[in-house]
Design a protein around this ligand. Structure first.
Ligand SMILES: [Zn+2]
Length: 236
């Protein structure tokens, strides 16, 4: 069994690619290379199509199983066949915008000493314990839109695990502990001086592509848990 070379790790903007089927089963294939992002790290799976000769199959979902990426299809494609993959770009680009937005917001709240982040998604950040209030929210919102206007590049680089200092951030530490010990190089995503974290997800190239916030809302729960809900402009 060979691994699936993930093209999206070094270039999130690849939307079409050629590949060979290296493993095949009922309504699924594994490819030697793929641009389909598998569900994981809070980011949903890509969808799209695989063309094999005259036939076009739908890619309903991609999922990582061990070191391979399984593509679930609406039909069968035999091993050895060369296919052309096309990622549903509209869907993926929204995921990239939301994910980069999630990183930027996290960085801006960290700069406001929001407290430990205990949950994060494409629409929500939870901090606990946290003292953030409506005034914090207003400042972060203005900052976010200013950074979008500034169109800061979002860069990816690698750092060795030993060099990474997560301080007393329990969430980052537990995330690190889940990475197999043989993985020594970590992929870091940096948004200028505003945000930096290790991440395997797909991102836009610069903050201008994230777009501005449509809404930013604060909810206060028990035990100083603060939930921030966010929406971006032009996302359904
Ligand atoms: Zn990420």
């Amino acid at each position: 069994m060979s691994d699936s070379m993930p093209l999206f790790v070094d270039d999130s903007y690849i939307r079409e690619f050629d590949a060979r089927v290296v493993r095949s089963g009922p309504r699924f294939v594994v490819l030697d290379v793929t641009a389909f992002y598998p569900e994981g790290g809070g980011q949903p799976s890509d969808t799209g199509t695989l063309e094999a000769g005259e036939k076009t199959f739908k890619v309903l979902k991609a999922m990582k199983r061990g070191t391979q990426i399984f593509h679930y299809l609406d039909g069968d494609v035999p091993e050895g066949v060369v296919v052309r993959g096309t990622v549903d770009w509209g869907r993926r680009f929204i995921h990239m915008r939301l994910h980069s937005g999630e990183h930027l917001l996290t960085g801006l709240f960290e700069a406001e000493s929001a407290g430990p982040k205990v949950f994060s998604s494409f629409s929500q950040l939870d901090f606990q314990p946290s003292a953030i209030d409506e005034a914090t929210l207003k400042r972060v919102r203005e900052r976010f839109d200013a950074v979008v206007d500034e169109n800061v590049p979002i860069t990816i680089y690698y750092t060795s695990r030993d060099e990474l200092d997560v301080g007393d951030d329990a969430r980052k530490r537990s995330f690190l502990e889940k990475i197999p010990p043989n993985v020594q190089e970590l992929r870091m995503v940096k948004i200028g001086g505003y945000a930096m974290t290790f991440c395997m997800g797909t991102h836009v190239r610069s903050t201008g592509d994230i777009g501005k916030l449509r809404s930013l809302r604060l909810e206060t729960k028990k035990k100083q848990r603060k939930i921030v809900y966010f929406e971006l402009d032009n996302v359904k």
